[in-house]
Design a protein around this ligand. Structure first.
Ligand code: NAD
Length: 477
């Protein structure tokens, strides 16, 4: 089998490799991917550092052309890359193709942004002095990504990093190196100079840690768990380095008595269970007012009965497998915890077998949960959702905000008053009205508050806040 190697200083290198296993069919090896070392990481950082002066001064047309070419190739290969994504991560083929299209759109967006780089010229408060405000690239950006969006998250970090003139050392999640390798290959062939984009696949404790420990990495953008995020933060403070963290969630979706039941059920089923509940923006707490509670639970349960859990590549599958054995154990442990805490298992909870061996779990719904139970407070990151019954809107809002996290929050209501109040008073970074809590646009800011995020927003033109450093220059006229 071919080994997909790391890209360091423009060369494909590495002979140690790890198997990438398909969670829908554990007999299938998706590919062999290089297992980078500390030495590889140091070489990649040195290459990125050496490439920075020239790339930081490269023309905006060159950056535009490369990012556009990458976006175009990803779009042209959406079915093939989508299939690779579905095979390595386990989200369904339509979801995986959708994510691939989004990655292409992100490259298109930042290809455009490269042509719109601008500063400000303002008068000084002192006579005969001019003031210019510009944005400089940061330097070497370390990119560390999780497994749940194997192509979109790398795209939304790599595209702005390059657009604003930074060089990159990119370390994807161990479970999903395939899509990362593919987009690095595409960008390399699109004409990036040597060392501008380096790929080091491998373990977080080795490659990731070597990035955290290097004084030459000037910025780190991280998406992943809260625990690893804290390590990134501590190491970055040590090096006086800029960092950005996108971490866990325990996103609430409020359903009010006046909600359109169909809209509420569709939104809850989508945000709770699609992509196997493995989205940072998934709603895992459904906060439902008394008047609609029983009708909502009955309709949602009926909907869950129609959802097909099977091989991600199979037509008709709504929910693919859990990503790996470790995550499956976390999910089933939490199902046990929920039972012991006294929540009522209203649907699912069982492992299932399919034609191909994989990590298949029924969508699982708990009712009679309280917001104080561990299943309501801790991120599970699987298809496990609790319904919390509340008195009225005020109780619902207070419950929604009573969480250490603050990524996304939703409300299903036909009341303009409540929708408006919720948008203003939710403590989450993103608020959805009559929509799933997951599913966002690529051209507007993405990010959360409280324990979910730290630092500037990602995506859209707001990405410049992280990937550049503002400079103010004064000139005597
Ligand atoms: P994780 O923290 O285990 O891993 C994330 C990345 O960090 C991986 O590439 C991993 O190899 C690396 N890593 C691990 N140890 C490291 C170390 N010591 N030093 C440097 N890097 C290290 O997270 P995961 O399991 O891959 O992803 C799931 C988590 O990601 C969930 O908590 C989810 O909510 C979160 N997530 C958040 C967002 C968001 O935007 N808020 C989006 C997607 C996923």
């Amino acid at each position: 089998m071919t080994i997909y190697q790391n890209l360091i200083a423009g060369e494909w290198v590495g002979s140690d490799a790890t198997k990438n296993i398909n969670p829908s069919n554990t007999n299938e090896v998706v590919g062999l991917y290089a297992d980078g070392s500390t030495e590889d990481t140091k070489n990649a950082i040195a290459a990125a550092k050496a490439a920075f002066p020239a790339w930081s001064r490269s023309g905006i047309w060159e950056r535009h052309v490369i990012l556009k070419k990458a976006g175009d190739e990803i779009m042209a290969r959406k079915d093939e890359l989508g299939a690779l994504l579905a095979r390595e991560e386990g989200k369904t083929l339509p979801e995986a193709i959708g994510e691939t299209i989004r990655a292409s759109q992100i490259f298109e967006f930042f290809a455009g942004e490269a042509l719109r780089l601008a500063g400000e010229v303002v008068p000084s408060v002192r006579p005969n002095i001019g003031v210019e405000i510009t944005r400089d690239p940061l330097g070497v950006i370390g990119i560390i990504t999780p497994w749940n969006f194997p192509i979109a998250i790398p795209a939304w970090k790599i595209a702005p990093a390059l657009c604003y003139g930074n060089t990159v050392v990119f370390k994807p999640a161990e479970l999903v190196p395939g899509c990362s390798w593919a987009i690095v290959d595409i960008l390399h062939r699109a004409g990036l100079p040597k060392g501008v984009l380096n790929l080091v696949m491998g373990k977080g404790s080795v490659v990731g840690q070597a990035m955290l420990d290097s004084p030459d990495v000037t910025g780190i953008t991280f998406t992943g768990s809260t625990g690893t995020g804290r390590r990134v933060a501590a190491a970055s403070i040590e090096h006086n380095r800029k960092f950005q963290l996108e971490m866990g969630g325990k996103n609430p979706m409020v359903v009010l008595d006046d909600a359109d039941l169909t809209v509420a059920v569709e939104a809850a089923a989508n945000s709770g269970f699609f992509s196997t509940g493995q989205r940072c923006t998934a709603s895992s707490r459904l906060i439902v007012t008394e008047g609609i509670h029983d009708r909502f639970v009955a309709a949602l349960t009926e909907k869950l009965n129609t959802l097909v859990v099977d091989n991600a590549m199979k037509p008709g599958t709504h929910i693919g497998p859990v990503v790996d054995e470790k995550q499956l154990k976390t999910d089933t442990d939490y199902i046990e915890i929920g039972r012991k805490e006294g929540a009522k298992l209203a649907f699912g909870g069982e492992l299932i077998t399919r034609e191909t061996p994989g990590f298949y779990l029924q969508p699982t719904l708990f009712t009679e949960a309280t917001n104080q139970m561990r299943i309501s407070r801790e991120e599970i990151f699987g298809p496990v959702v609790s319904v919390i019954r509340v008195k009225d809107y005020d109780d619902a809002l207070a419950t929604a905000n009573d969480t250490p996290f603050g990524l996304s929050a939703g409300i299903a209501t036909t009341s303009l008053k409540h929708a408006t109040h919720f948008k203003r008073n939710s403590e989450a970074g993103m608020v959805m009205v009559n929509l799933p809590t997951a599913g966002v646009d690529f051209h507007v800011p993405f990010g959360g508050r409280k324990g979910s995020s730290y630092g500037p927003r990602e995506q859209g033109k707001y990405a410049a806040e992280f990937y550049t450093s503002v400079k103010t220059a004064y000139t005597l006229a």
